[in-house]
Ligand binder design. Structure first.
Ligand SMILES: [Zn+2]
Length: 62
């Protein structure tokens, strides 16, 4: 029916090295690390690759 892929597993947080548990996540889904409260975008599912989301404190201005 759908070709949306999901994956489950654990991945090491790139910031604090804690294990982030991923359950049926999709590519580009935003996940949060319980260890450092950081937010990451899932770039790849197999193997997992995360990209840290930047804080938007300085999103104003040009
Ligand atoms: Zn973390």
């Amino acid at each position: 029916m759908s070709d949306i892929e999901t994956a489950s597993g654990t991945v090491e947080c790139p910031v604090c090295a804690d294990d982030i548990i991923l359950t049926d996540v999709m590519q580009n889904e935003i996940v949060e690390c319980e260890g450092c409260a950081g937010e990451f975008e899932v770039l790849e599912l197999n193997p997992f690759a995360l990209e840290e989301l930047e804080e938007d404190d300085e999103d104003y201005g040009e």
